[in-house]
Ligand binder design. Structure first.
Ligand code: ARG
Length: 244
């Protein structure tokens, strides 16, 4: 009798372990400097993207683990396999789509220009001998570089930052005259700091979740999960929570 009991006990433990092993864990890379999409609060990853990714994982029965990585290292991280998924308010661009695969779009945004409140600058700050900051490798960086600097419209400098926290500090401390970044994020920063938004650039960028090129199985799970999050009304709740 006792033997049978032990046997059951062992079987139960094995089944429990087996059940756990079934739930796959994916490493999710982000650049946690971009409120309200991704930022750190008391050592936790918070924001719209973070909640969205958690909701997708829940719908599709997989586990996730977030990693904070500089924005321009996210795509290389997918390529080398140090991370499996990227969610970072990342715009779907043709160039990026040559290296990685994107989910269906989940958000649309424009670029914008912010300056110090007391500086008297307006959007003409972009034309002439000024220092314009952007996060390295972002669409804001590319826009300033290709449309303004390379064209000789901006005759000053493009200053590139690994994280937006550093960029904002430099703007406040008068080390650059303006920053170019996604509008929803700019709005967050101007609420919190002595900064003001002076212009919008209509780029109509669609954000997507990225996986390594050719990882069709994972991409399908993400798209299915995304659809479920939208259909269940959870997406609407997240929009209300972060963008009302
Ligand atoms: N949407 C822009 C891009 O894809 C900026 C994204 C920056 N994201 C971040 N988490 N810092 O280039």
């Amino acid at each position: 009798m006792r033997k049978v009991l032990y046997l059951f006990l062992i079987m139960a433990v094995v089944m429990m372990l087996g059940g756990q092993a079934l739930a796959q864990t994916y490493v999710v890379g982000t650049s946690a400097d971009f409120p309200p999409f991704e930022y750190m609060e008391d050592g936790e990853f918070v924001g719209f993207d973070m909640d969205l990714m958690r909701a997708i994982a829940e719908e599709m029965d997989f586990e996730i683990e977030f990693r904070d990585i500089s924005f321009d290292s996210l795509i290389p991280g997918l390529r080398t396999g140090t991370i499996d998924i990227v969610i970072a308010a990342m715009t779907i661009t043709e160039e990026r789509a040559r290296a990685v695969d994107f989910s269906d779009p989940y958000y649309v945004a424009n670029q914008s220009i912010i300056v110090r409140e007391d500086s008297g600058f307006n959007l003409t700050v972009l034309f002439g001998d000024n220092r314009i900051g952007a996060q390295t490798g972002t669409t804001g960086d590319l826009w300033v570089t290709e449309e303004l600097y390379d064209e000789g419209i901006l005759t000053g400098r493009v200053v590139r930052y690994e994280t937006f926290d550093l960029a904002i500090e430099d703007l406040v401390n008068e080390n650059v005259e303006a920053l170019v970044l996604d509008r929803p994020v700019a709005e967050r920063f101007v609420e919190a700091r002595p900064l003001v938004l002076v212009g919008e650039i209509i780029t109509h960028e669609e954000y997507g979740i990225a996986v390594d090129r050719g990882n069709e199985e994972l991409l399908a799970k993400i798209n299915e999960g995304l659809e479920k999050v939208v259909d269940s009304g959870r997406m609407g709740e997240l929009i209300d929570k972060y963008f009302e």
